[in-house]
Design a protein around this ligand. Structure first.
Ligand code: SAM
Ligand code: CA
Length: 223
C-alpha cells in the first residue's frame, strides 16, 4: 500500500511527539512514577493516549463513562479529569492492590468523587449496571482494557449501556507488551484478532482503528 504509515513506534519520534504535545499534569506524572517500579507497569497507557482519551471525552461532552481494567488508575484519572464535576466514571477491576495505588492520586486531583470503583469481575459489574439502568443506555463513553478473551463479551454488554452516538474505545488491538498481535500465538493475541475481525463487519458500530499506544480501536455506537 502506498499510503503513509504511522512512524510513532520509532522511539525517537515517540519521544519527540511527547516533547511537543504532552501536557501531562503533575499529579498524572507522579502517578506514573509511582507505578513505574511495578513489574507489570507496562500495562499502563502512555501519557499521549491518556491525553487523547481525555480530549475525546471532552469533545463528546461525556458525563457518564465506564472503564474496564483500571490497574493503578492512570487512564481513570485522565478520563475523570475530563468529566464535568457531577460526571461519573464506573471503574472496574478485580485487584484492590492495583487500584489502591491510584486512589490517593484521584483524591489529590480532586476527582475521586467522580470515580465509582467496582472491585469484582467486570462482566458482573456490567450486568448490575444493565439491571440498574433498566434499558436506559445512559452512558456516553467506555474504555475496554482488561482480560482480552472477554473483549467481545464486554463489547456486547456495553452495547446495552452506551447511548447511540456514544463511543467504545478498545485498547491493545494491534499489540500486546510491544509485540504485534499478528506475530503472536497466545490466547490473548488470538482473542484480540477474533475481536478485530468481528467488529470490522459489525453494522452496530462505526469503526476507526488508530496506531495510538498499542492500537486503539474507536467504535461509535450507531443504534
Ligand atoms: N487502563 C489501565 C491503565 O491504563 O493504567 C490498565 C489496565 S491493565 C492493562 C488490565 C487490568 O484489568 C488489570 O488491573 C487487571 O487486574 C484487570 N482485570 C483483569 N481481569 C479482569 C476482570 N475479569 N474484570 C475486571 N478487571 C480485570
Ligand atoms: Ca492496555
Amino acid at each position: 500500500m502506498s499510503a503513509a504509515r504511522s512512524p510513532i513506534h520509532d522511539e525517537d519520534v515517540y519521544r519527540y511527539l511527547l516533547e511537543v504535545s504532552s501536557r501531562e499534569t503533575d499529579v498524572m506524572a507522579r502517578l506514573r512514577a509511582a507505578t513505574a517500579p511495578r513489574p507489570e507497569a507496562e500495562m499502563q497507557i502512555g501519557p499521549d493516549q491518556a491525553q487523547f482519551m481525555a480530549l475525546l471525552v471532552r469533545l463528546m461532552g461525556a458525563r457518564r463513562c465506564i472503564e474496564i481494567g483500571t490497574y493503578t488508575g492512570y487512564s481513570a484519572l485522565a478520563v475523570a479529569q475530563a468529566l464535568p464535576d457531577d460526571g461519573e466514571l464506573v471503574a472496574c477491576d478485580i485487584s484492590r492492590t492495583f487500584t489502591d495505588v491510584g486512589e490517593p492520586f484521584w483524591r489529590e486531583a480532586g476527582v475521586a468523587h467522580r470515580i465509582r470503583l467496582k472491585i469484582q469481575p467486570a462482566l458482573q459489574t456490567l450486568d448490575e449496571l444493565a439491571l440498574a439502568e433498566s434499558g436506559r443506555r445512559g452512558f456516553d463513553f467506555a474504555f475496554i482494557d482488561a482480560d482480552k478473551p472477554n473483549y467481545f463479551a464486554y463489547f456486547e454488554k456495553l452495547l446495552i449501556l452506551i447511548r447511540p452516538g456514544g463511543l467504545i474505545a478498545v485498547d491493545n488491538t494491534l499489540g500486546l507488551s510491544r509485540t504485534p498481535v499478528i506475530r503472536m500465538t497466545s490466547e490473548n493475541a488470538q482473542a484480540i484478532r477474533e475481536f478485530n475481525r468481528h467488529v470490522h463487519r459489525d453494522p452496530r458500530v462505526e469503526i476507526a482503528m488508530l496506531p495510538v499506544g498499542e492500537g486503539l480501536t474507536l467504535l461509535r455506537v450507531v443504534t
